[in-house]
Design a protein around this ligand. Structure first.
Ligand code: AMP
Length: 334
């Protein structure tokens, strides 16, 4: 695995592979890699022929009283993990390399940057959008891989990529959790054992809202109240936000539909943690637009399935998804 220390080295590496017809996957990180990062690298290696993992603790996305100076830095272990997951290169630039002396140019995704995490961390998303656009310009990747764990960041970066006409496909990977549900984060190492136990309220709230949505509950007031009740039982954990929003705009919604984002952020001691779920339950669809997805056994019991009448019919494929006739556009009704 190659270690690239400057933008010039990264660009040379990327262009050499591109001119040999190879696709490039970029996984931007701040290091202190864990199984969540590993899942991004694996996804990148599965769909791109060359993967570069950037490791850069980006000063412009930290507020003055945040943990920039003490953010965990574990470079040798990070390199070993990245290589074992299929990364071909690490990009580890210096601050001076990504921010040339006198740099005054920033990328500000207006509106979105001030919502959710952006509301309590002023300037955070400006720093994120600025560094990620620099990484895109330097690495020229075909695809870049991000975790749904940072769902608001995904919304900001999708908007930025579209607005700046950057030819990069954004791939979002699922949240990786510890066995008890806590979303993996490089910041979990800050938690004392007691705080670690209290931190579970975030994933419990996410789980609760997901299960309510799976029963067809769409009302934001009900979904948010259920989450608030769980947090109320753990008063040591200070809520930053609990929100039900449109994932593209990060604006609050009154009712959930498939694709709505439930997100929470809270301080557990001095550590700020986030978690979320993209609600995708079929129960959230309008009943008239709901796809009926059943196992063959269920459909058999309900009398939907006509028994094969002959050997030819027995060989026909068995569709798992049936769309009730009433849901088809009327032009298709014969
Ligand atoms: P970070 O190093 O914290 O900036 O994270 C780098 C990338 O890893 C971001 O796209 C994160 O969303 C992603 N990531 C962090 N934690 C997780 C997790 N538990 N599951 C999936 N992706 C994650």
């Amino acid at each position: 695995m190659q270690i690239l220390l400057t933008v010039a080295e990264l660009r040379q590496w990327s262009r050499a592979h591109r001119s040999a017809g190879r696709s490039i996957g970029l996984v931007p990180t701040m290091g202190a890699l864990h199984a969540g990062h590993a899942s991004l690298i694996r996804a990148a290696a599965a769909s791109c022929s060359q993967v570069v993992v950037s490791i850069f603790v980006n000063p412009t996305q930290f507020g003055p009283n945040e943990d920039y100076a003490r953010y965990p830095r574990t470079f040798d272990a990070d390199c070993a993990l990245a290589e074992s997951e299929g990364s071909a290169a690490i990009f580890a630039p210096s601050v001076e390399d990504l921010y040339p002396a006198g740099a005054t140019t920033f990328v500000d995704v207006e509106g979105l940057s001030n919502r959710l995490d952006g509301a309590s961390r002023p300037g955070h998303f400006r720093g994120v959008a600025t560094v990620v656009s620099k990484l895109f310009i330097a690495a020229e990747p075909d695809r870049a891989f991000f975790g749904q764990k940072d769902a608001a960041q995904v919304a900001v970066l999708r908007r930025m990529t579209t607005d700046l006409l950057l030819p990069v496909e954004i791939v979002v990977c699922p949240i990786v959790r510890d066995a008890d549900g806590l979303a993996l984060s490089s910041r979990n190492i800050y938690l004392s054992p007691a705080e670690r136990a209290r931190a579970l309220v975030l994933s419990q709230a996410v789980h609760k809202v997901e299960s309510l949505a799976a029963t067809g509950e769409r009302r934001a007031s009900v979904l948010l109240e259920a989450a608030h009740q769980l947090f109320a039982a753990v008063p040591e954990v200070r809520i930053d936000y609990i929100a039900l929003v449109d994932w593209a705009t990060l604006l609050p919604v009154e009712a959930a539909i498939p694709g709505t984002l439930f997100a929470a952020a809270a301080y557990v001691g001095a550590t700020r943690l986030i978690d979320n779920a993209v609600l995708d339950s079929d129960a959230l669809r309008e009943p008239s637009r709901r796809l009926e997805i059943r196992t063959l056994e269920e459909r058999d019991r309900e009398g939907y399935i006509r028994k094969p009448q002959n050997a030819d019919e027995s060989r026909l494929g068995e569709a798992e998804v049936s769309i009730p006739l009433r849901n088809l556009p009327s032009s298709l009704h014969s």
